[in-house]
Each structure stands twice: as C-alpha cells, then as structure tokens.
Design a protein around this ligand. Structure first.
Ligand code: 3HC
Length: 304
C-alpha cells in the first residue's frame, strides 16, 4: 500500500526528473534535462562529489554558451533547474529517475532497491543508463519490474542525439511509451529500440571494435596514434578508437566488456591484458588525465 502522500497516480507529462550519479554520464543527462526546462534533482554519494558534479554540469553549460549552442539566458535558466542532493529519499516525487552510477551490477542493484522503496508512484519510470548490465537484473530488484527500462545515452550527452531504449520482458507498454516520448519530445533525442541484451545495439558493435584496437596496440601491430589516425582519416570517424576508449573511460570499457563476455562468452568481448593493466594502474583515460594519451585540461597531449 502506498502511504497517503504517495497516493496520487501521475498521468501527466514528465516535468520532475531524478538523476542518480553526477559523473560523466549522469552530469550530461542532468544537463540535457535542465536545458529542456525540466526540474532536475541529482544525487551523489557525498557533498564533495555533488559539488564536483554541479561544477561539471555548469562547465558544460558554459561550453555550450562559448560554442554558440545556447544563450547565457538559457544557461542561467538551466542552472536554476538543477538541484543536488546526497539523499535518495528526496526522489519520492520524481516522475522519471535515470540511474547513471558506476557500471557495476552491485552498485546499480542497490540503487534500484532503494528507488523501489522511495519512489512509490507506480507510474513513475525507473530507468538505467547502463551500458551493458541486463535491465531485467535491475527490474527484478524492484517490486514493479514493469516500470523499469533502459535509457542509454551517449557521451557527450549534450552533443550526441541518440537514446537507446531497452525494454525487458516485463517492461510495461505505457512505461516504454512514456520514456520514448520524454526522450524525443522533451529532450529532442532520437530513439532506437534494443532487446534486453548486454550492450544493446551500439555496444555490441562498438566494444569489439575498441577492444580490437587495444589488441592491435598491445601486439605492436601499429602505434596508438597511427591506429587513431587511420580511423579518423580513412573512415571519417570523429575520433579514433583509442581516443574514444580514453573518452569513455577505460574502467567503463573494461566493465562493459566483462558484462558482455559474461553474457555471450564471445572471445571478442574478452578484455585484453593491456586494458586490465591500464585499469589496474589507474590509467583510465581522459578523466584521470592519463590513458592511451596524456591529457592537459581535457586535450590529448601525447600518446603513451
Ligand atoms: N554543449 C553543447 N554543445 C557542445 C558541448 C556542450 N557541452 N560540447 C561540445 N559541443 C559541440 C560543439 O559546439 C561542436 O559543435 P559544432 O560541430 O556545431 O561546432 C561539437 O559539439 C563538437 O565539439 P568540439 O568542436 O569542441 O570538439 P570536437 O569536434 O573535437 O568533437 C566530440 C568532440 C563531440 C567528442 C567528437 O569527437 C565525437 O563525437 N566523438 C565520438 C564520441 C562518441 O563516439 N561517443 C559515444 C561513446 S559510446 C557511449 O557513450 C556509450 C557508452 O555505453 C560506452
């Protein structure tokens, strides 16, 4: 039974969103929601991480202004739409919650258990931005698996127009329709649908490509710079695969590969030793200042 203050069932458009996690992806998702004039509450585990997340979002909004994508007024309005919290209990009135914590099944299932307890409106949509964890594993942690869906965004979220929607065997039709309408009509994103398979459409194709490039560098077949230049100049990709792996985060690439390998037992999804060693060394890409390249203020300065 819902408590009285949760009793109203919400049928209206989604205007109150919660984002769990203010890392690379969570900050980007919160930013696009705020830019779409939605009230956004963002959770982080500590006050320090919440402050860092807020700064990350404000920096990106400033970048939007300096690149002419938004006006100063739109930036200021978006900033007013954002609030940070360290208490998931504050999410009780959210109509849509998008979980974007670290790509770790235990961390995500803990979040979904808590959301299930806190967000009691049965029409509220509980979404995960997971790159590779089957959504059913998250749905079954809740008492309403029909309201759980995958909403997979792409980094940088303000720039890339895609949202992959991943419905499980249990996801309700109304939940899918609500999530799709929000992504398309409110955020202005384009939607593709994927079955609930680890990695969805994009990572099923992207991850073997990134891992193959890492194996190529590992074997001495070509240098990281030449591998990247080959794909940028030869295939018109906006960045080469090793730059892209640094951009996504090598810890995240490894976590996705682990999940996909666990699901498919496909050797191409198995993380190569070089990737494992780099993650162990903390060389996890742009966010750490060091991956296949070194970064100074987010610009690649040299291959390593
Ligand atoms: N807000 C609004 N616009 C922004 C912005 C922001 N915060 N940051 C950048 N932009 C805009 C710029 O204004 C520019 O627009 P323009 O082309 O109209 O001038 C455009 O984005 C490109 O930005 P920059 O010129 O600063 O930088 P680059 O041209 O070097 O592009 C990049 C950077 C957008 C990251 C591009 O290299 C790219 O798209 N790379 C591929 C990224 C990719 O593949 N991401 C997907 C990763 S997979 C994933 O996320 C899923 C997960 O599960 C792994």
């Amino acid at each position: 039974m819902s408590s009285p203050r949760h009793a109203t069932t919400d049928n209206g458009p989604i205007t109150r969103v919660g984002v769990v996690g203010a890392g690379l992806m969570g900050a980007g998702i919160a930013e696009v929601c705020a830019r779409a004039d939605v009230d956004v509450l963002v959770w982080e585990s500590t006050r320090e991480l919440a402050a860092e997340g807020r700064a990350r979002i404000l920096d990106s909004l400033d970048r939007g202004v300096s690149s002419g994508k938004i006006t100063e007024r739109e930036r200021d309005r978006a900033a007013l739409r954002l609030r940070l919290t360290t208490d998931l209990g504050d999410f009780e009135d959210r109509q849509l919650v998008i979980e974007a914590v670290v790509e770790d099944e235990a961390a995500k299932t803990a979040v979904f258990r808590e959301l299930d307890r806190v967000v009691t409106d049965p029409r509220a949509v509980l979404a995960s931005n997971t790159s590779s964890i089957p959504i059913m594993k998250l749905g079954t942690c809740t008492s309403h698996p029909e309201r759980v869906i995958g909403m997979h965004f792409f980094n940088p979220v303000p720039v890339l127009p895609l949202v992959e929607l991943v419905s499980t065997l249990e996801t309700g039709d109304a939940v899918r329709a609500r999530a799709e309408a929000f992504a398309q009509q409110v955020l202005g994103k384009q939607v593709v649908h994927s079955a609930d398979r680890s990695g969805g459409v994009v990572n099923a194709l992207l991850v073997p490509y990134l891992l193959s490039a890492i194996r190529m560098a590992e074997s001495g077949f070509a240098t990281p710079e030449d591998i990247d230049r080959a794909m940028v100049l030869g295939c018109a990709h906006p960045m080469g695969p090793l730059s892209l792996a640094d951009h996504v985060g090598l810890d995240t690439v490894k976590a996705i590969a682990d999940s996909m390998y666990a699901e498919f037992k496909e050797p191409l999804y198995s993380p190569p030793s070089l990737l494992l060693r780099m993650v162990e060394a903390g060389r996890i890409g742009k966010k750490a200042g060091h991956g296949f390249y070194r970064y100074d203020s987010s610009r690649a300065t040299a291959a390593v």
